[in-house]
Design a protein around this ligand. Structure first.
Ligand SMILES: *Cc1c(COP(=O)(O)O)cnc(C)c1O
Length: 364
């Protein structure tokens, strides 16, 4: 079933949000990248300019989640993520802006220095209550162990006479204090925003490309397009999970959002497009191709993409354009979901991968 933008907006507006975002985030055409790729027309939506800390898609999710914190009469927010988590930084920044105390459980899940750099430095400046959890050598952090610690922290807050809201990792799936997929609803709203921005430029969007981690941002965009009856392809570039299971996960969240908005999604397999060809060595691991994609964007547009998410999505755009996946005149909207502060803790890798090329260039 199709709805008008007004009808969808009305449904989304039932969920209140705290204003945190510069709205709308800008969209501009990447002229030089378009020229280099010889089409498609590449546009970028700058969610990285969202307004809190160094920006990113988590700001939009947090507008709804912070409102939920207020509605539950809590004054502390607890959440977790990796040591350099964009979500945790954004949560801490949003919390501080709104007079809520942030507690972050940071998991040392992959090989990255635990030094004060990148997001961890900003978490520290924000005076977030930081608890670092080390996985034992060679093992992974168990979900049950994380849950136990979260509960312990929550009880600690209660004993201090405060009330904690525990937000699920990434603001993505429902769970803990978040009963509604608010992070995904935020991206149904984002779809309406970007559609009307492109419309005012007299452009249709043939394809949206974004980095997909939990899939909740992608699910929101899919729901938005589906409800509007648009045949815009929403291409999720997986940064960690394999296509099969991940697609089903995204389908589930999209259906869940449909239930919340009281609409029937009627999803088909073609609606969920995930590519897992750009994960490289794994989540959070930088490689040479991504480093070169980061440089290509910087060199031509003066814009930075990041090593973990947007760099991989941009690499996908370059590769797909080379392989003729897009038509020459197609309009492709690349969502810059943020994360550029990850450049700093990855400085060794970037230096290593880019200096070889530098040497070659210096000889010419
Ligand atoms: C969290 C994040 C994503 C992925 O968002 P999901 O909704 O979890 O798929 C993409 N890019 C950046 C920079 C992020 O921090």
């Amino acid at each position: 079933m199709e709805y008008s933008m007004n009808e969808i907006e009305k449904k989304v507006k039932k969920f209140k949000r705290k204003k945190l975002l510069y709205r709308p985030t800008p969209i501009s055409r990447l002229d030089k990248i378009t020229e280099i790729l010889k089409g498609p027309n590449v546009f970028m939506k700058r969610e990285d300019l969202a307004g809190l800390a160094l920006g990113g898609n988590k700001t939009r999710k947090l507008e709804y989640i912070i409102q939920d914190v207020f509605d539950s009469h809590s004054d502390v927010i607890i959440t977790w993520g990796s040591v350099q988590s964009n979500w945790c930084l954004q949560t801490a920044a949003a919390a501080r802006k709104c007079g809520i105390k942030p507690i972050l459980l940071l998991l040392k899940t992959y090989e990255i220095q635990k030094e004060m750099d990148g997001n961890l430095l900003m978490d520290f400046i924000l005076d977030a209550d930081i608890r670092i959890m080390d996985a034992k050598k060679g093992s992974v952090v168990k979900a049950k162990d994380v849950e136990d610690i979260l509960e312990k922290i929550s009880n600690e807050v209660k004993e201090d006479g405060h009330k904690a809201y525990t937000a699920p990792i990434g603001g993505s799936m429902t769970g803990f204090s978040m009963k509604i997929p608010l992070g995904t609803i935020a991206y149904v709203d984002a779809y309406l925003e970007l559609k009307s921005q492109m419309k005012s430029m007299n452009k249709d969007i043939d394809c949206i490309v974004l980095a997909s981690g939990s899939g909740s941002t992608q699910a929101g965009l899919i729901a938005g397009a589906k409800l509007c009856g648009d045949d815009t392809k929403i291409l999720g570039i997986s940064v960690s999970d394999e296509k099969e299971g991940f697609s089903r996960e995204i389908e589930k969240i999209t259906e869940q959002v449909g239930d919340c908005l009281e609409v029937n999604m009627d999803l088909t397999d073609e609606d969920i497009i995930v590519l897992d060809d750009y994960i490289g060595e794994g989540y959070g691991i930088l490689n040479e191709k991504v480093s070169q994609a980061i440089r290509l964007m910087a060199l031509n547009e003066g814009i930075f993409v990041d090593p973990i998410y947007t760099g991989k999505a941009f690499l996908a755009i370059i590769d797909l354009a080379e392989k003729g996946f897009f038509n020459e005149n197609e309009n492709v909207l690349f969502i810059h979901t943020g994360g550029t502060s990850a450049l700093f803790p990855h400085k060794q890798g970037i230096k290593k991968f880019l200096s070889e090329k530098q040497k070659i260039r210096n000889k010419i």
